[in-house]
Design a protein around this ligand. Structure first.
Ligand code: FNR
Length: 408
């Protein structure tokens, strides 16, 4: 199904869904700053290498003559203890999408995801507001419905001002977002040499701040005379407000585990709350004890702690902890191909987040580009799983993998 669309509307940059081809094509289109911002990771960038090394350290053992019909392959998954999703992927949150696509930014990505019934996770560092993005999504028709449907999740950078946190979480709830993803690994930006070399910080130019700059509480409390200064008429005052916004998003102190209860009260019991950026099983355990509905095992694509563990190495233990308690486990960081999705599912993830690949697609062809990348990864995944002998995503398991170098 996915291939049909790709072949009928083929463009040379999409001959493969691997990061390298897409990335080099996107690089030619982007400004050096924007390219560096998206491609870059922390310091020596060893963590993003470790992400790939961890994925490559597992190998799939295909089975034959199992009566598999690839046209009938069921790639659906169940999240949050009973909700069916048609595909096992989600669109991981990426901030400052106006660097990649000035005209539409997050709106293009949200539409591409909605069309494929893939959950779109809007970033706290988005370039379109919670309300603008929600208009692209038909929340009345939930994902997994027979008719098909779409939904969006909201990713929270937990502001240091409690009232601001409250205002933003309530806006996301009121706009219909179905899950809250609280990212814990980025309470201050990591050391990113590619950006530092170019003295580039999009936030200080006023990008990536749509959520705060549209927030009634933020404007009333932090803007002079309770009004957002106009960029055109008073750029200095505008940039001053942006710097304030950045400082609220980068509080420099981490919140405490027990405060998760406050977020839960604001968000409500009826909608899932997940923690993103968890790598230690001890943190996963603590989060689950605090009553979260799921864990996103992720190291932010290697952008925060240099010299850290490959994210996939953290997955098996945390996925087992989640499954034992009936909670959801999602994995991202380093996923580029269908085989990568397969491996993460085999090691226990219920769903897999796609990050940089769709960002390159957005840079190349806007909504259509995001759609092609997601369809490519889904087609690659379905063929990979079917050729490996699986009729459904649910049949993929640890028994289908061996560690590199081990004999069967
Ligand atoms: C991110 N990521 C991210 N995560 C988050 O929770 N909020 C955010 O605003 C952003 N912004 C962001 C910007 C850019 C340019 C990148 C590359 C990443 C992290 C993202 O959700 C995901 O964890 C990583 O992208 C996964 O790594 P790979 O697969 O892209 O290497």
């Amino acid at each position: 199904i996915y291939l049909e669309g790709l072949i009928s509307n083929r463009s040379p940059t999409f001959t493969t869904s691997t990061g390298s081809v897409l990335e080099s094509a996107a690089r030619e289109k982007l400004s050096p700053e924007a390219y560096a911002y998206v491609a870059g990771s922390a310091s020596s960038e060893s963590t993003s290498h470790n992400n790939r090394a961890a994925l490559d350290s597992w190998q799939i053992v295909p089975r034959m003559l199992g009566g598999v019909d690839v046209a009938e392959f069921d790639g659906s998954t169940t999240l949050f203890g009973g909700k069916k999703y048609q595909t096992p992927i989600i669109v991981s949150p990426i901030g400052v999408q106006s660097q990649l696509n000035t005209d539409e930014a997050d709106l293009a990505t949200a539409r591409a995801a909605a069309e494929l019934e893939v959950p779109f996770c809007l970033s706290s560092a988005g370039d379109r507001t919670i309300e603008q993005v929600s208009e692209q999504v038909d929340f009345t028709n939930p994902v997994g419905d027979e008719e098909g449907g779409s939904e969006a999740w909201f990713q929270l950078y937990w502001p240091s001002d409690d009232k601001l946190a409250e205002s933003i979480v309530k806006r996301a709830k009121a706009a219909g977002y179905t899950a809250l993803v609280v990212t814990l690994d980025t309470w201050i930006l990591g050391w990113r040499p590619r950006d530092l070399d170019q003295a580039y910080n999009p936030f200080l130019r006023g990008q990536g701040l749509a959520q705060l700059l549209s927030d009634p509480y933020f404007i009333a409390t932090y803007c002079p005379d309770g009004k957002l200064p106009s960029k055109e008429h008073d750029n200095d005052a505008f940039l001053q407000v942006c710097a304030t916004a950045v400082s609220l998003l980068n509080p420099g102190i981490s919140r405490s585990w027990s405060e998760l209860r406050t977020l839960r009260e604001l968000w409500g019991e009826d909608r899932p709350l997940l923690l993103k950026g968890i790598q230690s099983p001890l943190d996963a355990q603590r989060g689950l004890e605090e009553g979260v509905d799921g864990i996103v095992v992720s190291n932010h694509g290697g952008r925060q702690v240099d010299g850290a563990v490959g994210a996939l190495q953290a997955l098996p233990t945390i996925a087992a902890m989640c499954r034992q308690r009936g909670k959801t486990c999602i994995f991202d960081s380093g996923v580029r191909t269908g085989a990568d999705v397969f491996k993460a599912l085999a090691l226990g993830a219920h769903a897999v987040g796609i990050g940089r690949p769709w960002a390159w697609g957005l840079a190349l062809e806007g909504q259509e580009g995001v759609s092609k990348v997601l369809k490519g990864i889904l087609a690659d995944f379905e063929l990979c799983a079917a050729l490996a002998g699986c009729k459904s995503a649910g049949e993929i398991g640890r028994h289908m993998l061996v560690k590199r170098g081990e004999n069967l």
